[in-house]
Design a protein around this ligand. Structure first.
Ligand code: FES
Length: 81
């Protein structure tokens, strides 16, 4: 199982964290990831300048948007992060 945490702290919220959450939910519902994905919301990841930040397992990925979140997650799954 892959755990994905989307920061919903102030900076990430203002930069569109909820849009990222909705897109990840949509991708999960459409079965775009191998295996189970647990989606969580989390507090500030101490990298506000890089908003929106997500944490995949223990790896923080910055500059995430609804448009690029699938690419970021695919890169992680391929070991390219
Ligand atoms: S608010 Fe998201 S990293 Fe600080």
């Amino acid at each position: 199982m892959l755990t994905v945490t989307v920061c919903v702290g102030s900076s990430c919220h203002l930069k569109g964290a909820y849009g990222v959450i909705e897109e990840i939910k949509r991708l999960i519902d459409e079965g775009k990831f191998p295996g189970k994905v647990e989606l969580q919301a989390g507090f500030c990841l101490d990298n506000c300048r890089g908003a929106v930040n997500i944490k995949v397992e223990e790896t923080i990925i910055s500059g995430v948007s609804p448009a690029n979140v699938k690419q970021h997650l695919d890169n992680y799954l391929k070991g390219n992060v």
